[in-house]
Ligand binder design. Structure first.
Ligand code: PSU
Ligand code: MN
Length: 310
């Protein structure tokens, strides 16, 4: 049995009611709001994503740490505050206890959001891109906690693959080691966030939200306590030219090295630098793919809720 809430986790009424009734809920992360996108696009996107989830018939549950409370389902004022807070922290799994104890405010990464979602009984989660193995990880050991969380927490994460700020081949190797199925939605290849094809294969392709919901239900019936990564490529219309974005990413990685940025600061630094170097095109693509992922996650959640077994 998952504990649905306790004295440290605040479930919004709407989310609590939906979970109690077995209605579809989609978890959403907030590091993308606090660190991943600039104001005001972060707020506009967060609100648009919630509307999309609702339009597909599911309840959105954006997750964050607010004044030391773990919140599941945020009201607009709180999202607004988080999107403008210059002092908001970035919370991965390991940061949660310290930030809660210090009464701090933080956006939650994929890892932290998954853990909180599972704790509340939410099975499906939409994000933009997951963290992964950084380029040069053979030297730095920089492997995102997102990959380890996917290995041990039973939540299905819909993403547009991984940005090529990462080493995608190594990222897929770690996911394999961690026992995480990597499933393509209407694709045989793992997407690279801004582009539709990283050159690497997914484990298996599924062409409908219902089929993906069945995999999630089966994984749960088997008692496999690991996550699932669902790769949903950016639409052709929104995808960027591979050469263009690759040059910018390479420049951003060089800048990070030169500035000696490491550990939890590296991903936010690279995201901001790629945005600066690409005159808003990467941000537009980012917004489009997050919305696309929210819609698919909601469709899967609706199909999952309709299955007889949880
Ligand atoms: N990649 C993106 N956008 C993001 C992130 C990653 O394209 O917003 C955020 C997510 O919250 C992800 C986190 O979980 O960065 C990973 O951080 P790290 O690499 O430090 O584990
Ligand atoms: Mn890292």
């Amino acid at each position: 049995m998952q504990r649905r809430d306790d004295e440290l986790i605040d479930l919004a009424m709407e989310v609590r009611a939906a979970l109690a009734d077995g209605r579809p809920v989609v978890a959403l992360e907030s590091s993308i709001v606090a660190q991943g996108m600039p104001w005001p696009h972060n707020l506009e996107t967060a609100l648009a994503v919630e509307r999309i989830v609702r339009a597909e018939g599911a309840v959105p549950a954006t997750i964050a740490v607010v004044d030391g409370r773990i919140r599941v389902g945020l009201d607009e004022d709180t999202l607004r505050r988080l999107s403008r807070a210059r002092d908001a922290h970035k919370a991965s799994r390991r940061d949660l206890a310290a930030l809660v104890a210090a009464r701090a405010t933080a956006g939650t990464t994929v890892a932290a959001t998954m853990w909180i979602a599972a704790r509340c009984g939410i099975a499906i989660f939409a994000t933009g891109g997951i963290g992964g193995v950084h380029r040069g990880a053979e030297e730095t050991f920089d492997v995102s906690a997102d990959l380890i969380e996917l290995g041990r927490t039973p939540v299905a994460v819909v993403s547009a693959g991984a940005k090529s700020i990462l080493d995608i081949g190594k990222t897929l190797e770690v996911l394999e080691t961690q026992g995480v199925p990597v499933l393509g939605y209407r694709t045989d290849t793992f997407p690279a966030f801004f582009t539709r094809d990283s050159g690497h294969k997914v484990d298996r392709r599924f062409d409908s939200p219902q089929a993906l919901a069945e995999v999630i239900a089966t994984q749960r019936r088997l008692g496999l306590q690991s996550g699932i990564l669902i790769a949903n490529p950016i639409s052709e219309a929104d995808a960027l030219a591979a050469d263009d974005i690759e040059a910018r990413i390479a420049a951003a990685v060089r800048d990070a090295e030169a500035a000696g940025v490491a550990r939890k600061d590296l991903t936010p630094f690279l995201l901001a630098r790629v945005n600066d170097l690409s005159d808003g095109a990467s941000l537009r693509a980012n917004i489009a793919l997050v919305k696309n992922n929210a819609a698919l996650a909601a469709q899967i959640a609706v199909a999952h809720a309709a299955l007889a077994e949880p």
